[in-house]
Design a protein around this ligand. Structure first.
Ligand code: SF4
Length: 371
């Protein structure tokens, strides 16, 4: 290679390297401003939520687990009821599964509740009921991922452990104008944030990031930039790109399934059965149901095969329920049966209210006075 060409190549490499380093320096400087921008705003504007100011790891763990995939407004009532029934890790470890699922009924993602109990049992068995403080030890417990571990470690134990959820990714992808797909950006941000945690206010900083992402830089509609503590430094706002960010990664395919659901009534009782132990709504109670949208005559034939006939009134209702990867389009038949076949559990109205936890997809078919 001629000497001049080799020299030009080296110069281009040096210039590019310097540019990358400079961009990294600017990004670090921008991230470094976050505690000073967010904490005073958080002190003034944080919503008064029931778990705000909480430092007990058990209570923080319950609230953060409930808040995954669920809005704060919805969680409030569940949080209070759950802690009243199961006030500490021992009570959770010893609770009957049926009671636990009843307390969780309507929150969805029931594996969260089962994992809470598995982890509680492990904490009682191996650690005499004491929560681990280190993020890595928390992550070793069933159902605790990097987000929940970071939340508990930083809020309860003042560790510099970021909790990066969808709200934080949205906020910071916009603040930094970062086009990395959001499923990959979370881990990068977690590493970067670790370096800027303010000693003595780790828990507040975690909550300030979540709060700004959940309120001013929200997902639906336009972000409320005028109210945002980051507005003067936000690159997406400067470039008018707020609505383009964060960039979505590949979404799992969403499918639609037709199902026919049976409210089989025998006197005061309704037929229930348990779902299989694996897959969607694993191990939960359900109304008997079959794949496909059956006509009324086909539905009665199915009820006859179960041994429910002869029947009186039959009523029909359409309902829809959206899960993460599948939507159920359901036709429901309410059938008053003469027989109550033993293959089902027959639950009275009282038992439906107090004992059996029924996922929302099925609960939709209950009349208001039976919910
Ligand atoms: S200025 Fe607007 S886009 Fe930027 S972080 Fe704040 S709310 Fe989000």
């Amino acid at each position: 290679m001629p000497v001049k060409e080799g020299f030009d190549g080296a110069r281009i490499f040096v210039v590019r390297y310097a540019a990358v380093m400079y961009m990294e320096f600017l990004r670090k400087a921008r991230l470094g401003k976050l505690p000073a921008l967010l904490l005073p705003w958080y002190d003034r504007c944080a919503r008064p939520l029931p778990w705000r100011g909480e430092r007990d790891p058990y209570r923080i763990w319950i609230s953060e687990t409930m808040l995954q995939q669920t809005r704060a407004e919805t969680v409030k009532g569940y949080y209070a009821r759950f802690l009243q029934a199961l006030p500490d890790v021992q009570a959770l470890a010893e609770a009957e599964e049926e009671r636990l699922l009843k307390l969780w009924e309507g929150l969805g993602y029931y594996s969260r509740a089962r994992n809470l109990q598995k982890a509680a049992r492990q904490i009682c068995r191996e650690r005499a009921g004491q929560f681990p403080q280190a993020c890595e030890e928390l992550k070793a417990l069933p159902g605790i991922g990097p987000y929940t571990a970071g939340a508990v470690a930083s809020i309860a134990f003042e560790q510099p452990a970021p909790a990066v959820d969808g709200n934080v990714v949205r906020l910071l992808s916009r603040y930094l104008c970062d086009e990395t797909p959001k499923d990959k950006l979370g881990e990068t941000l977690r590493r970067e944030l670790e370096e800027i945690y303010p000693p003595g206010r780790c828990g507040d900083f975690t909550q300030a990031l979540m709060e700004a992402g959940a309120t001013v830089c929200g997902p639906a509609g336009a972000p409320r930039c005028e109210d945002c503590p980051l507005k003067k430094d936000c690159l997406a706002r400067e470039n008018g790109r707020q609505k383009e960010l964060p960039v979505c990664g590949k979404k799992a395919a969403h499918r639609t399934e037709a199902r026919t659901v049976f409210l089989l009534r025998a006197g005061d009782a309704l037929a229930l059965r348990k779902r299989p132990g694996k897959g969607l709504l694993a191990g939960m109670w359900e109304f008997p149901n079959v794949a496909g949208n059956l006509e009324a005559s086909q539905a009665l034939e199915q009820a006859a095969r179960w041994g429910c006939g002869p029947w009186g009134e039959v009523a029909v209702r359409q309902e829809k329920h959206v899960f993460t990867h599948v939507t159920w389009e359901m036709t429901g038949y309410e059938i008053h049966c003469a027989q109550a076949p033993a293959e089902f559990v027959w639950a009275t109205q009282e038992e439906m209210k107090t004992r059996y936890s029924l996922p929302t997809a099925f609960r939709r078919f209950l009349p208001a006075n039976e919910k």
